[in-house]
Design a protein. Sequence first.
Length: 135
Amino acid sequence: MASPPPREDVIHTEHWRVAHAFNSTLPGWLVLLPTRHVTAFTELTPEAADELGGLVRRLSGALERVTGCVKTYLMQFSEAEGFSHLHLHLVPRLEKHPADARGPLVFSYLSEDQARWLPEAERDAIAVAIREASA
């Protein structure tokens, strides 16, 4: 079986898989997914829940080094149609991030228009850089 491309498997632990968002126009938009299907935090094993905090910290540092962001946003809603499973968004907020795309408005960087998505090669390069920076 072929390995998934870096953009789909930035980091993989026993309890979490990290991917670069496929529909992002913002470099470094990460999605953290449990390795087993759950729909709520309360369904995580204690080990998966404990691992999450360290993973978020490690990835936030990597995003700072790779994207130059001044902070990261961590969000979880899991209510969009087709995406009701538990997943978290870890998003770099750049210093020159426009005011109309800060906080929850950062979702304006996700697009249904595939022509606006970051190319796969760029997402792969960012994923490899994040993987290396998080080691």
